[in-house]
Write a protein that binds this ligand. Structure first.
Ligand SMILES: Nc1ncnc2c1ncn2[C@@H]1O[C@H](COP(=O)(O)OP(=O)(O)O)[C@@H](O)[C@H]1O
Ligand SMILES: [Mg+2]
Length: 240
């Protein structure tokens, strides 16, 4: 990792990061040279209008898409020009909470959360205990042995969050994680993410439209017209 000053560790750092879609005449640049940072132990929000490139940026950071221009360092690894093995290694250190939950339909809630713990926690009893604790934290103790299809969208989202947190990743990338939750559960989920990340010194980068979450963030960036800037909202009058 790269230290920007004595106290803050930069987990994500971009320099003039650009991204385009399409070929030839249809090619159009949607990220026009981004410079931004995300630090360990902080919840960073990324807000901006629909179509502004938030999800594209998250997939670049998650090494799910190739970096074409500029620099993008994630947990010390430069992703521009990185080979597939390095990209896979980075992905394994990230907890993803994306809108499509990708829960395994044939596994129970408890089994889904334990899945990513197999590598880190060899003791099955400890695995179950850890998964149960996380499911309790997201309010799903009473659904341990249910299957994903038996849950509401909001409950599935909370399982996805517990699953992403289970291996204690250094970085969590969340794309609109509260979109399917009611207001109270949405706030609970962000508080939970914040607690865990501050305690473990991991970083959370969360894309959202949800104004109620702004107060739980340590830092807010706003992306618009392909550029990103630090944002200090006037909570009374602004909307992302
Ligand atoms: N795979 C793709 N191919 C071509 N254009 C895309 C693709 N994905 C997204 N875009 C376009 O890039 C822009 C940014 O999209 P996206 O990153 O999904 O924005 P956001 O998440 O902020 O809504 C949009 O104009 C979208 O239509
Ligand atoms: Mg999006």
């Amino acid at each position: 990792m790269q230290d920007t000053d004595n106290t803050r560790t930069s987990v994500i750092c971009t320099s003039d990061l650009r991204h385009s879609y399409g070929e030839g005449e249809l090619r159009s640049e949607i990220l026009h040279g981004l410079n931004f940072e995300v630090h360990a132990g902080e919840v960073t929000l990324l807000v901006g209008p629909s179509g502004s490139g938030k999800s594209t940026l998250l997939t670049l950071i998650g090494a799910l898409r190739s970096v074409e221009e500029g620099s993008l360092r994630v947990m010390g690894q430069e992703l521009r020009g990185a080979d597939e093995a390095s990209r896979v290694a980075i992905r394994r250190r990230i907890g993803f909470i994306f809108q499509s939950h990708n829960l395994v339909a044939s596994l129970t809630v408890l089994q889904n959360v334990q899945l990513l713990l197999q590598l880190k926690e060899p003791d099955p009893k400890a695995r179950v205990e850890k998964a149960c604790n996380l499911l309790e934290a997201v309010g799903l103790s009473h659904r341990l042995h249910h299957y994903p299809e038996e849950l509401s969208g909001g409950q599935r989202q909370r399982v996805a969050i517990a699953r992403a947190l289970a291996p204690e990743p250094e970085l969590i990338l969340a794309d609109e994680p509260t979109a399917s939750l009611d207001s109270q559960s949405g706030q609970d989920v962000v508080e939970l993410l914040g607690d865990l990340c501050r305690r473990r010194r991991s970083a959370v980068l969360l894309v959202t439209h949800d104004l109620r979450l702004l107060k739980d963030a340590d830092r807010i960036w706003r992306i618009e017209d392909g550029r990103v800037n630090p944002w200090q909202p006037d909570l009374a009058t602004t909307s992302p």
